[in-house]
Structures are given as C-alpha cells and as structure tokens.
Design a protein around this ligand. Structure first.
Ligand SMILES: *[C@@H]1O[C@H](CO)[C@@H](O)[C@H](O)[C@H]1NC(C)=O
Length: 620
C-alpha cells in the first residue's frame, strides 16, 4: 500500500510538469501550433470550450489599442494557462499586432515579431483575464484572435477564436482604455453573426431593385421573380458602393461579384463573399483569363472592401459589403464611379488556396456595361421610359388597333349611316384609331432606343418581333395614303395588302407583348401573361360574335355581304339602302355593340337618334 502510493507520487511528480503544460508559459516552439506538448493528451472538442475571447470593438484603427478578455462560462470559471495571438484573417498563419504587458502574463516573440503573442506566467487561477493588444500600423484588414486555453492539468482547448476585428486606416472611437467596465457584457461568440443581422429577413435583398440599386442574378429574369440562385446588387451611397450578394445553394462556399470591362472572365475585379464553416468574410481578388482561368487574392488590396454584415442561414450565404469606388489591382485602376462595367456573378462549391474555386454552381455576365455611380437617376428615369414604351405599345396594340380592325372588318357594311368629315363613320373611326396606333408605336419605338442606346442585349425575340411590327405599322398609313381610287382595278389588291399588313402586325404585336413579360428590364409579373391571354380570348370572341351577327343579318336581309369582299365603302353614302344595311346588322346586337365599343375605346359615346352610335364631340 505504501509502496503503491509512493509510486503514484513519483509518477505524478515526473508526469505533472509535462501534463500541466508549461507552468511558466508556452515556449516559442508552440508559436504556430498553439498546442501544448502534452504527450498523448488531445485537446477537448472545440465546441465544448467553456471559455471565450471577447474584444472591445469590432473595428479598430491602425495603432489603436484593443481590450481583450478571456472569459469563462460561467464567468467565475477559472483557467490556468493560455496562449493568444492576433492573426490575419486572409492569411491565418500571419501573426499581427503586439500585446502590452499584462497581469500574470508574459509577452512572446513569435517568428520575426516582437511581443506578438501572449501567454501565462504561472499556473495560478485566472478569471476574466484582461489583455491589451495594439493593432499594427502597417496592416489593414480583418484579424481574429486564436488561442489555446488550459483549464487545468490536462484539460485544454485549442482554436478558441474571437470575433473578427477589422483594422482600418485612421482612428475609430473605441472603448479600449481606460479599461472598459461594461464593454464585455455581450455574449457574442466567435464569428457568428450579430443578433441584429440574424433578425434580418433574406427576401429584403430584392427591395429597391431597379429603384435605388442595380440588381443582377442567375438565372436570367430571376430578379423580378425574386428567385435568384445567385443574387447581387449594387447601391451607391455617396462615396460608398454597397454590394449585396446571396446564393441559395446550400453547397456554396462562395458567391462573388466581378466588375468586367468585357463581360468575359479575365482582368476583372472581384468581390468575394466566402463561407468557411459558419463564418462569413469578404475578399477582393482578380481574375485571370485564358488559358489558366482563375482568381487570385495575391497582391490585391483587401482594405477597399469591408464586410458590413454576413450570414449563413438556412443554407443561404449572404454578404453585405461596402467598397471604395476606386481600387488599383494588378496595376489596373477600377473606377466604379466613373467607368462602365459589366457585372459578373458567380458561385461555387470550393475555394482554392488564394481565391475562389471554379464557379460550378453558376455564373452570369450582364449584357451591358453600366455606370454604377449614376444608377439611381438612370434607373428611375429608365424605368419611366421602359414603362412608357410598354404603356404606349399596349394602348396601341391591345387598344386602338384591335378596335380599328374590328371597325374595318365588321362595320364597313353597316356603320355608314352618318358622316364624319365627309367620310363614313366606320372609316373615320378606323383612321383615327390607326393614326393613334401609328403615333404611339413610333413614339414607343423611339423611346426604347433612347433608353437602351442600342439593340437590347437580352436573348429574347421581343426586340426583333417588335421591330418587324413597327416597320409594318410604319408602312400601313403610307400605303393607305397612296391607295388607288375606289373604282381603280388595283383597289382590291390594295385592300388585301392593307388587310394582311394590319392583321400580321396585330398578331405579331401580341406575340411580341407576350415576350415582353420574359424581359428582365420590363419587370413584368408572370401573371401578366394571363391578362394577355384574356385579351386574346376576348378579341377572338368579339370576332366570332361579329361574324355571327354579320351572317345572321345577311340571311335576314338576303343582302349577301362577305366581309372578305372588301369592297370600298369609304365614299359617301347617304342613300337609304346603306342605312338599311346598317340597321340590319346593328339591330341584332345593337346594345352589345355599344357596350363592346365602350369597353374597347375610351371615347364617350351615347346613343343618338335611332340605332347607331355617334361620338359626343366630333373631330377631324
Ligand atoms: C487556431 O489555431 C489552431 C492551432 O494552431 C489551428 O489548428 C486553427 O486552425 C487556428 N484557427 C484558425 C481559424 O486559423
């Protein structure tokens, strides 16, 4: 028994100095590993660490002093040993900053540095241990503190990290000295987003798109559907460019936005939002083009972009970043305030040693180079012009054209009883509707070219179909102007060509409007399709209705009039026979006709005289 306990004592005496790490602090040999040389004693799982490293400020100016505390959980939980270092976030092997002399602590010189690490002097129990750290004067960017904390004996944790601290140029107001009494009341843990950021709803990224920020994403047209797999936006706030990025792919480890002069990868400035475990950080990198496509952060200034907030939530990676407008990377000046750039969004599932990996989730270049600095004005005015274009075209092709075609087709036999400016009523109305169509179409066509300053870059037949429609529309009245006399032999040919041109343009225009819904710039909701479908159904129904009415009235009056006969009716008709014809068709559907016309055309009309309609005010 005695021998046994003696043996235990001897063994303990031999082993204890080893097991209890370094009673007088860590030797410099642990500078990189931060690992006590405990033979066979592994560190505790990091998530079980009952200690944390708290810092007095998330931002610090160069040369300013930051207060750090090693705090137990619960607060009175003591520890015996520690080693702590400030490290560059981009280059975690780089030790940055210096520590001040502190109670029960001694400074260490790791690598070429002086006083860049700190450890304990003895194994007395420490509680709520206070340390001061001076930010480097030759470094800008994010740093964090990495530590090993030893509770007692052979129980220790490595890789206990502080929150990130952003070292910026100049001075920032921070609570660093004198010792903060209340600065350490938060329970923020390393790298997790602050509660304010967590509370923010993700869908708010789409708020303001096209109004006060430029939004761009993947797949095409995902912005108006609010369904981007990769989302990016740029908002200009004075001298600051605020970039937001998000990817919904749970496997993504980065989402990035590049500024490119040619919409192709190579020589682009890239802002990366990177996920590493549960932390989010921002990097600036530069792309190389063919043949060795890739991105690299080497030699690219990292201080021009700072993370305002970031999170990984429900598998979605999100960053809000602020950028200075000017950055010089690889000798190339990127001036976001004055130059135009294509936007390039990308996301991927891997990182390389010094940059983002292949964009295996997706990438999308914007078709146009834009000046981000003037987005606010341009976007609002651009919206106005795009909306005007849409409103004019819809008014023209769903409104006046449809009405004009119906008038020409079904009323030329019937609506001839009264005269307007020496012409049959149907013709006066047809001409007025079509002149309106023509004017609106030409105006809308010019407007969209003023807005886009060229051909639309979107892969959509809208632009081509619209141009064909506009050309036909442009030619229609010119042809009508030179139409042959009513009795000329070439008159039927004109009638057919005019009929064909009008209907072809009308059908093309409706197809074109359908394609407009798919345009990113139009920002039309997808249900707009159904309004168009409803219009087409209505239009077809009107044709059937009038055709039926014409058939019936033909039978009734035995006056065989084919709507395809296209005989000229534009000359004056004052005789009673035409009035009879008019009465025949209209009396069948008189009330319906009136309603339909009122629905189609906004002019106020009233029933005057007997069975036909005249406008309340005449026009020429
Ligand atoms: C912190 O230090 C430990 C020990 O050297 C290391 O394993 C770990 O990767 C470091 N953590 C970070 C985020 O660099």
């Amino acid at each position: 028994m005695k021998i046994f306990s003696t043996t235990v004592l001897i063994v303990l005496a031999l082993v204890a100095p080893n097991v209890n790490s370094f009673p007088h602090g860590a030797p410099t040999s642990v500078c990189q590993s931060l690992l006590p040389k405990h033979h066979g004693t592994p560190p505790q799982p990091p998530q079980t660490a009952p200690y944390r490293i708290e810092v007095s400020s998330p931002t610090i100016g160069q040369g300013q002093t930051l207060a750090i505390r090693i705090v137990g959980q619960p607060a009175e939980l003591p520890f015996e040993g520690f080693i702590l270092q400030g490290r560059s976030f981009i280059e975690p092997t780089q030790i940055v900053g210096t520590f001040n002399e502190a109670d029960k602590s001694k400074l260490m010189n790791c690598g070429d540095g002086n006083a860049n690490s700190i450890t304990h002097t003895d194994k007395h129990k420490k509680v709520n241990h206070y340390i001061e750290w001076n930010a480097p004067t030759d470094f800008v960017g994010e740093v964090f503190f990495n530590s090993t904390i030893l509770a007692q004996f052979d129980k220790f944790w490595t890789g206990i990290l502080s929150e990130k601290v952003n070292v910026v140029q100049g001075q920032v107001p921070i609570q660093s000295s004198p010792r903060p009494a209340t600065a350490f009341t938060t329970t923020r843990t390393s790298f997790s987003p602050t509660p304010a950021i967590l509370g923010q709803s993700q869908d708010t990224v789409y708020n303001g798109c096209g109004q006060n920020k430029v939004c761009f994403g993947l797949p095409d047209n995902c912005i108006d559907k609010m369904s981007c797999m990769i989302f990016s936006s740029v908002k200009v706030r004075g001298e600051i460019f605020e970039i937001e990025m998000k990817t919904t792919d749970p496997e993504a480890v980065y989402v990035a936005l590049g500024f490119s002069t040619d919409a192709r990868m190579g020589d682009d400035l890239v802002t990366e939002c990177v996920k590493d475990r549960n932390q989010v950080s921002v990097f600036t990198s530069y792309t190389s083009g063919p043949p060795s496509y890739g991105t690299s952060r080497a030699g690219i200034p990292q201080n021009d972009a700072t993370l305002l907030s970031g999170q990984v939530q429900n598998g979605e990676l999100y960053c809000k970043i602020q950028r200075t407008p000017r950055t010089t990377a690889n000798g190339r000046v990127f001036d976001l305030a004055n130059e135009k750039y294509h936007l390039l969004v990308a996301a991927g599932k891997s990182l390389k040693e010094n940059g983002a990996g292949y964009h295996d989730i997706g990438r999308n270049p914007s078709s146009q180079a834009i000046n981000l600095a003037v987005v606010q004005e341009i976007t609002s005015s651009s919206n106005l012009l795009i909306r005007l274009h849409g409103a004019f075209m819809i008014a023209a092709w769903i409104g006046t054209t449809s009405l004009g075609i119906l008038l020409a087709r079904y009323f030329k036999q019937t609506w001839v009883g009264s005269q307007l400016c020496g012409k049959d009523m149907w013709f006066a109305w047809h001409r007025m509707c079509m002149v309106t169509t023509w004017s609106l179409t030409i105006a809308a066509f010019v407007i969209i070219f003023v807005q886009l300053k060229g051909w639309s870059g979107e892969q959509n037949p809208h632009a081509l179909l619209g141009t064909i429609t506009t050309v036909i529309c442009f030619l229609q009245p010119i042809g009508a102007l030179f139409r042959p006399a009513p009795n000329a032999p070439s008159r039927p040919l004109f009638n057919w060509v005019h009929w064909f041109g009008g209907n072809a343009a009308h059908i093309l225009s409706i197809v074109t409007i359908f394609y407009a819904v798919k345009l990113t710039k139009a920002q039309l909701p997808i249900w707009f399709d159904w309004i168009l479908v409803a219009f087409v159904v209505y239009h077809v129904a009107m044709h059937l209705l009038f055709s039926g009415a014409a058939c019936l009235s033909d039978k009734k009056t035995a006056n065989r009039v084919s709507t395809f006969e296209m005989s000229d009716r534009t000359n004056s008709r004052k005789n009673n026979s035409s009035a009879n014809k008019m009465n025949a068709a209209v009396s069948l559907f008189g009330n319906n006709l009136k309603e339909n016309i009122q629905n189609l055309c906004v002019f106020s009309m009233h029933r005057s005289g007997k069975d036909f309609l005249v406008p309340t005010s005449s026009f020429c």
